[in-house]
Design a protein around this ligand. Structure first.
Ligand code: HEC
Ligand code: HEC
Length: 156
C-alpha cells in the first residue's frame, strides 16, 4: 500500500517557520490505485515528493498552515483534514492563483537572456504574497492608486 508521509525535514521547516506545534504527525495516504484524487491544476501523475514541495511552498508563501485551504474531515469524530475535499473557498482561489501565475510566466516572463543569474526570472506566489495571505496594500497604497488610474485610463 502506498503511503505518503510528509518529508521530516520539510515538515520541521514548515513547523518552525510557522511557529506551529500540533500537526507534527500528519500522515497523508494517497489512494493506492488512483494516487491523489482531486487534482485539477497540478499534473495528475505528480509524485508525493513534488506535491509535498508544492504544498510547503504555498504554505510558506502565504504564511498559513494546511488548514487555511483544506477543510476538516466531514466526519467530525475523525481528526485531521480531508485534503481532496473542495469545501473551502481558499482552495479554489489557490487554484485560480496557480493558473494566473502559470499564465504570467508562460506569456510575460520568458527571460532567457538575463545578465543577472542571481535574480529570480519568474513569478511565484511569494512574489506578491511575501508571507501573507492578504497582500499588504498599506505601504504602497498611494503608488498603487496612481498605477491603477493609469491602467483604467488605458483601457477606455
Ligand atoms: C494556499 C492553499 C493551500 C495550502 C496552504 C495547502 N494546500 Fe494542499 N492543495 C491546495 C490546492 C489548490 C490543491 C489542489 C490542486 C489541484 O487541483 O491540482 C491541493 C491539494 C492537496 C493534496 C491532494 C489531495 C487529492 O487527493 O487531490 C494534498 C495531499 C495536499 N494538498 C496536502 C497539503 C498539505 C499537507 C498542506 C500543508 C503542508 C497543504 N496541502 C497546504 C491548496 C493548498
Ligand atoms: C500577481 C500577484 C499574485 C501572485 C503571483 C499570487 N497571488 Fe494570491 N493573491 C493576490 C492578491 C492581490 C490577492 C487578494 C488579497 C486580498 O484579498 O487582500 C490574493 C489572494 C489569494 C488568496 C486568498 C487569500 C485570502 O485571505 O482569502 C489565496 C488563497 C491566494 N492568493 C493564493 C495564491 C497562491 C497559492 C499563489 C501561487 C500559486 C498566489 N496566490 C500567487 C496576488 C497574487
Amino acid at each position: 500500500m502506498k503511503k505518503w508521509h510528509i518529508g521530516a525535514v520539510l515538515a520541521v521547516a514548515i513547523l518552525v517557520t510557522l511557529g506551529a506545534s500540533s500537526n507534527s504527525s500528519i500522515t497523508i495516504k494517497s489512494n493506492p490505485d488512483e494516487g491523489f484524487t482531486n487534482l485539477k491544476v497540478l499534473p495528475k501523475n505528480i509524485s508525493d515528493k513534488q506535491l509535498d514541495s508544492v504544498m510547503g511552498n504555498f504554505s510558506i508563501s502565504l504564511g498559513v498552515r494546511c488548514n487555511f485551504c483544506h477543510a476538516r474531515k466531514a466526519d467530525s469524530t475523525k481528526r485531521g483534514l480531508d485534503f481532496a475535499s473542495d469545501n473551502k473557498d481558499e482552495k479554489n482561489i489557490a487554484r485560480n492563483m496557480y493558473k494566473m501565475t502559470a499564465y504570467l510566466n508562460a506569456n510575460y516572463f520568458i527571460w532567457n537572456n538575463s545578465t543577472r543569474p542571481d535574480t529570480i526570472h519568474y513569478v511565484v506566489c511569494y512574489t506578491c504574497h511575501r508571507g501573507n495571505h492578504e497582500v499588504d496594500a498599506k505601504v504602497f497604497l498611494n503608488r498603487i492608486d496612481s498605477v491603477e488610474k493609469a491602467f483604467h485610463k488605458n483601457r477606455h
